[in-house]
Design a protein around this ligand. Structure first.
Ligand code: HEC
Length: 115
């Protein structure tokens, strides 16, 4: 390999490495509009997507108590900062309204839960 070819190869591999890093650092293209509309949507979106995708949040359907537990788990285990009480209530209201606990479809019994 000539020296010039070697340099070109090195430049090309550095470029693709750089592109891979840039791609890894590109923020997720998620916006508050990806959450169902309702009061507290923006606040909840920005608080809960600081660390992870909204997919983790949207996948849940929980009771109000279970949402409160989830927020407290984020704080105890993962370092979510304590929320001002009014803001905390707004986030909890939003989550329990937008992603409420679902009841099983009529007629469906979970075979793993029946004794
Ligand atoms: C300071 C960082 C941080 C913030 C802010 C945060 N989370 Fe999390 N969350 C995490 C980490 C870390 C995990 C674990 C991720 C994993 O398992 O891949 C997680 C996981 C979750 C899960 C999945 C739990 C499970 O059992 O699978 C849910 C639901 C969740 N977060 C909801 C929320 C909600 C709602 C908010 C906003 C109130 C929030 N998170 C804010 C760090 C955070």
């Amino acid at each position: 390999m000539t020296r010039r070819k070697g340099a070109a190869l090195l430049a090309a591999s550095l470029l693709s490495f750089g592109a891979a890093i840039a791609q890894a650092q590109t923020p997720l293209a998620e916006t508050p509009e990806d959450f169902p509309p309702g009061p507290g949507r923006e606040e909840t979106f920005y608080i809960c997507t600081a660390c992870h995708s909204i997919a983790l949040v949207k996948a849940q359907s929980l009771s109000r108590d279970a949402w409160a537990d989830t927020i407290s788990l984020m704080q105890r285990r993962h370092g979510l900062t304590p929320l001002d009480p009014a803001l905390g209530a707004q986030v909890l209201d939003y989550l329990s309204t937008a992603f409420p606990q679902r009841t099983a479809p009529r007629g469906f019994t979970n075979p793993f839960l029946t004794p």
